[in-house]
Write a protein that binds this ligand. Structure first.
Ligand SMILES: *[C@@H]1O[C@H](CO)[C@@H](O)[C@H](O)[C@H]1NC(C)=O
Ligand SMILES: *[C@@H]1O[C@H](CO)[C@@H](O)[C@H](O)[C@H]1NC(C)=O
Ligand SMILES: *[C@@H]1O[C@H](CO)[C@@H](O)[C@H](O)[C@H]1NC(C)=O
Ligand SMILES: [Zn+2]
Length: 961
């Protein structure tokens, strides 16, 4: 998951923050995507229970198993909760509540095992619950009740047995802490006009509903929820369904409002949500047949129109998915709410989606086009789940990849419908496929799908929320949709949704339906069943590199590994061979798709005569890399430098990215990869430049502390100058931004790379703009798109004055996206004392919000001066950081990859190993895998540098001569 040498999900942020040099390029996308795929990561800080696996095996008693027994089935819950938005006499924020669950007995038992975590249950006659029979059944008396902490159960042991087919009612009353731990029912604090405000909100996925009310907390235990919220006058309560009744009354002598909600549809516990706040909303319902759509946020944000963009795209996206799935939106309303303190990027609670502010609020005055893009993507992702995930839910968390991979694929389709001029579908290459390649080319990767019995504990469930599930899932589903064609994919999808609506499924159910759709389409010929093709992509880790020898037409495949000597220990029933669909073109003309079904095969059409070239994996619709014989590479390079537009846009990026990665894996010569960047002086498009930048950034991380740095800078300065001049001329010398969405991204790259490499005039430009702002702080005239670059650059070249000014602006910022840019820029200074001071700030939640702490440390580490400081900082405070962020947090694993991203010497490897040993007793939680990857990557880099550094240096010198 590291960035640095390898491409990864975090490269974007690395790019932005590349130290003083401030390769602030992707700005927009930086922060944007840094959390994007961490949509559902959670921080856990609940001490010993969820820390490490227990050392002694648990017993065979049902309450010691992490999975519920199949004896009981919930029907509905009646839940009433009252969160207190101010502290009680003991200085605590609490909520009180009651919950009853009606369940039927499926198998005779004398035990009721139900999830319940950290709730203080009221005793009734010395028992933690009351049990009654329903519909004439008589309930046996309770023998005893107790908590099973490790498995997070309330156990109710009965004197008699529950009878199959009978229904019962289990009732509890409880009190819980409304902590600021971002899990279950929790509180979020923020300041508005100098007043501290508190919001009560929920994050149930994956295993936190049990922290809000006792429940059968597994996705297949679907039920109907009748929810009532008690709240203070002046606040609004929201939940999954519409409110049907509100009344004012007194409880415990206090004036309160009681809001009762419609019963929900049959749904999983992890999708339950409630919010109590003084937020307001913006809404639009032009047609009474439309679902009610509302965007909720802080009053000020709504007042400033920050919800308008999200509102304008929601209805179109819902319409798109209704059509795509051939299924109506299942609910009568769609609320989306932006929260000031939210760990995940967003959460798809059914009917009440929660977002970070940056994922939902758009302020045209201060937000960049990248911020806008993030919103349309995240909204589309979450709305896609309303059907896929919420209406039909995977049976267990081992199939999470299908839920998340699917949403991560179709998010581009929904976004494209809402913003048809953006060509946003192409960006899946950058933000999912390359990201997946990066982690999936390591031996420490893992298959998409794992067995149900391998995923049990909450910590194991959280680990499923990773790049492989999201991005590789998206990549292989896109490949599937491409070779089936979209209409057939959508047809199978719709019958699948129809069959499993309000129920649960496993991944092979989707294959069944797609296969049926294929069989009904006589003209579509697949070489194998959908199952047989797809299982090779989901049951074995990794992906192939396809090698095409255009001299003979020989096409072969091999498991692609970044470290060629690494040993694959994980066995595969398919021997790391895949059934590979190959779309390809010959000299710019598309050819018939081929299938590679063996290790190698001769495909005559791929044998070409002199002067022709072959390009395979058109639009990177397949999840694999491509290599060619040297002659074909030469012909592709020649085509790029003579008329690059003959090669499709996505494939220009692919040529660069495949070449660099093949060189990293020592499959091709690094000089060949470097030569793919020569045509860039002609390139004006975003996607190829972005692909190039990421690979160059990896080189920067390897070389920005070495003698290669100077010649490399000189070469890149030469390459980016034409792009810089181009935008200077189309924007009246930077007075405007270009109209095209992707051109705006290119413009950002032009400015940032030019400043980074010292193109004449660039640094002066950013300095002047920033100075103007400092002189008139209420009047920031820097274009939002360019702000990240300009801020970062000004800080890097400035001193404490610029830093303190930016800090002040950061603390004052009322738009989250602006605050993110300012915070990122603060890590760009080259002054060690400022960097150290900033590191210390991350420990103080009043200075840096808890949700931003690890990403701030990571940002500092991506600065060449900050890197050793951040490494020392993290080592010195590991125990504390672990306690605060350790288990289940996605950003936590990126912290490890961030601080180790430059490691490429034996000395650093030893330090890393020492760190691993020193903290073995504390542990690494969700960063465990990232740590293994860091070790693997560092080793690979050491070896690679030995073999390649000299050539890289010579090549850059030869080019800048
Ligand atoms: C095709 O290439 C593969 C991999 O290099 C090789 O093992 C195989 O023998 C080749 N086949 C032919 C017919 O040349
Ligand atoms: C490749 O992508 C472009 C733009 O997204 C599209 O116009 C073209 O049809 C695609 N080509 C293939 C072979 O899928
Ligand atoms: C890579 O190419 C360069 C220049 O053509 C050559 O000097 C070098 O030996 C090659 N390296 C390898 C590992 O083949
Ligand atoms: Zn999702």
């Amino acid at each position: 998951m590291g960035k640095g040498f390898y491409i990864s999900k975090h490269l974007a942020i690395a790019a932005v923050l590349l130290a003083a040099a401030a390769l602030a390029t992707i700005v927009a996308l930086s922060i944007v995507y840094s959390k994007e795929k961490a949509k559902k990561s959670h921080q856990v800080s609940d001490g010993p229970t969820s820390r490490m696996p227990p050392t002694t095996p648990l017993s065979n008693e049902p309450w010691d198993k992490y999975r519920l027994p199949n004896t009981l089935k919930p029907q509905f819950y009646n839940i009433s909760l009252w969160p207190r938005l101010s502290i009680d006499a003991k200085g605590m924020y609490v909520f009180t509540g009651s919950s009853g669950v009606a369940f039927t007995c499926e198998k005779e038992t004398d035990l009721i095992i139900i999830h319940c975590h950290k709730l203080n249950l009221t005793l009734f006659d010395g028992r933690h619950a009351k049990l009654t029979g329903m519909q004439g059944a008589t309930a046996p008396a309770i023998k005893k009740t107790w908590f099973q902490l490790e498995t997070q159960y309330l156990v109710v042991q009965l004197k008699g047995r529950l009878k199959p087919g009978k229904a019962y009612w289990l009732y509890t009353e409880f009190r819980g802490e409304l902590a600021d731990d971002l899990q279950g029912f929790y509180r979020s604090e923020y300041e508005e006009d100098g007043v501290k405000k508190v919001v009560a909100i929920t994050q149930m996925q994956a295993t936190y509903a049990r922290k809000a009310f006792p429940c059968f907390d597994e996705p297949a235990m679907k039920a109907i929820f009748h929810i009532t919220l008690i709240h203070e006058p002046g606040t609004i309560a929201l939940s999954n369904s519409r409110d049907v009744d509100t009344e004012s009354l007194q409880m415990d002598g206090i004036d309160v409002i009681k809001t009762v909600f419609e019963p929900t549809k049959t749904m999983s516990t992890y999708l339950v949500a409630f919010v109590v706040s003084d937020f307001t909303y913006t809404s639009k319902q032009t047609d009474s047949k439309d679902v009610m759509v509302r965007i909720w946020a802080r009053q000020k944000a709504i007042g400033e129109g920050q919800g308008d963009y999200a509102l304008s795209i929601t209805q179109p996206i819902l319409k798109f998915f209704e059509k795509y799935y051939s299924t109506n939106y299942p609910l009568s309303k769609s609320d989306q709410i932006a929260l000031p303190d939210f760990n995940a990027g967003a959460m798809e609670n059914w009917g009440l989606v929660t977002y970070r502010e940056t994922s939902l609020l758009y302020d045209p005055k201060t937000s960049a086009n990248g911020n806008k893009q993030r919103i349309v993507i995240v909204v589309s992702h979450e709305l896609a789940h309303m059907w896929f995930g919420n209406l039909v839910t995977l049976k267990w968390w081992n199939d999470l990849w299908l839920n998340e991979g699917f949403a991560s694929y179709v998010e581009y389709l929904g976004a494209d419908y809402a913003e048809p001029t953006w060509n946003i579908k192409d960006q899946i290459i950058l933000y999912d496929i390359y990201r997946a390649f990066a982690v999936d080319s390591l031996v420490s990767s893992h298959p998409l799908s794992c067995k149900e019995e391998e995923v049990n504990k909450p910590a194991e469930i959280s680990q499923m929320f990773n790049t492989i599930s999201y991005s590789k899932g998206a990549a292989v589903l896109r490949m599937l949709s491409e070779f089936l064609t979209e209409p057939i994919f959508a047809k199978g999808l719709s019958t699948y949704l129809n069959q499993f609506a309000y129920g649960n499924s496993v991944y092979s159910d989707l294959w069944d339906h797609l296969q049926k759709a294929v069989e009904k389409t006589p003209h579509l010929k697949l070489p194998h069943r959908v199952h047989d093709i797809m299982n090779r992509w989901i049951l074995q880790m990794g992906f192939p590199v396809v090698t095409i020898d255009t001299q003979t037409g020989n096409v072969s495949q091999k498991h692609f590994l970044l470290e060629p000597n690494s040993v694959v220990e994980r066995p595969s029933e398919f021997n790391y061979e895949w059934f590979i669909p190959i779309k390809w073109m010959k000299k710019g003309v598309e050819q018939d798709q081929l299938w590679l079904l063996q290790k190698s095969a001769v495909h005559k059409p791929m044998k070409v005569s002199r002067g022709d070239w072959v390009l395979a994996n058109t639009n990177v619709s397949g999840y694999y890399r491509v290599n060619y014989d040297p002659e074909n590479w030469e012909r592709l390079l020649k085509q790029l430098s003579s008329n690059h537009q003959v090669i499709p846009l996505i494939n220009r990026a692919q040529i660069l990215d495949d070449a660099f990665n093949l060189a990293r894996a020592s499959i091709i010569n690094i000089t060949l990869a470097l030569r793919t960047t020569k045509y860039l002086s002609l390139e004006r498009e975003y996607i190829p430049w972005e692909a190039a930048l990421r690979n160059l950034n990896s080189l920067f991380l390897l070389f920005d502390r070495s003698e290669v740095y100077g010649p490399m800078q000189a070469y890149l300065r030469k390459q980016v100058k034409p792009l810089f001049d181009h935008f200077a001329s189309v924007t009246e010398n930077w007075a405007t931004v270009p109209p095209g969405h992707n051109d705006q991204f290119s413009q950002i790259i032009a400015l940032s790379l030019a400043c980074k490499t010292g193109v004449q005039g660039c640094r002066e430009l950013t300095k002047t703009w920033f100075r103007q702002w400092m002189q008139d702080p209420n009047n920031n005239e820097i274009h939002p798109n360019l702000r990240s670059t300009v801020y970062c650059y000004a800080i890097a070249t400035g001193g404490v004055e610029e830093w303190d000014f930016t800090w002040k602006m950061f603390k004052k910022a009322t738009v989250a996206a602006e605050a993110v840019k300012l915070r990122a820029a603060l890590s760009c200074t080259r002054e060690p004392w400022l960097l150290n001071r900033f590191l210390e700030y991350t420990l103080d939640p009043n200075k840096i919000r808890k949700q931003d702490a690890t990403s701030t440390i990571g940002a500092i580490a991506s600065n060449v001066v900050g890197q050793p400081l951040a490494w020392n900082f993290v080592r010195a405070r590991w125990e504390y950081l672990f306690k605060e962020y350790g288990v289940g947090s996605f950003s936590f694993s990126s912290l490890i990859s961030d601080i180790t991203s430059r490691f490429c010497t034996t000395f650093e490897l030893n330090q890393l190993k020492q760190f691993q040993m020193d903290n073995a007793d504390v542990g690494f939680g969700s960063g465990t895998q990232a740590l293994h990857q860091a070790v693997e990557k560092t080793k690979a880099k050491i070896k690679w540098l030995e073999e390649n550094k000299k050539q890289v240096l010579q090549w850059f010198i030869s080019q800048s001569a």
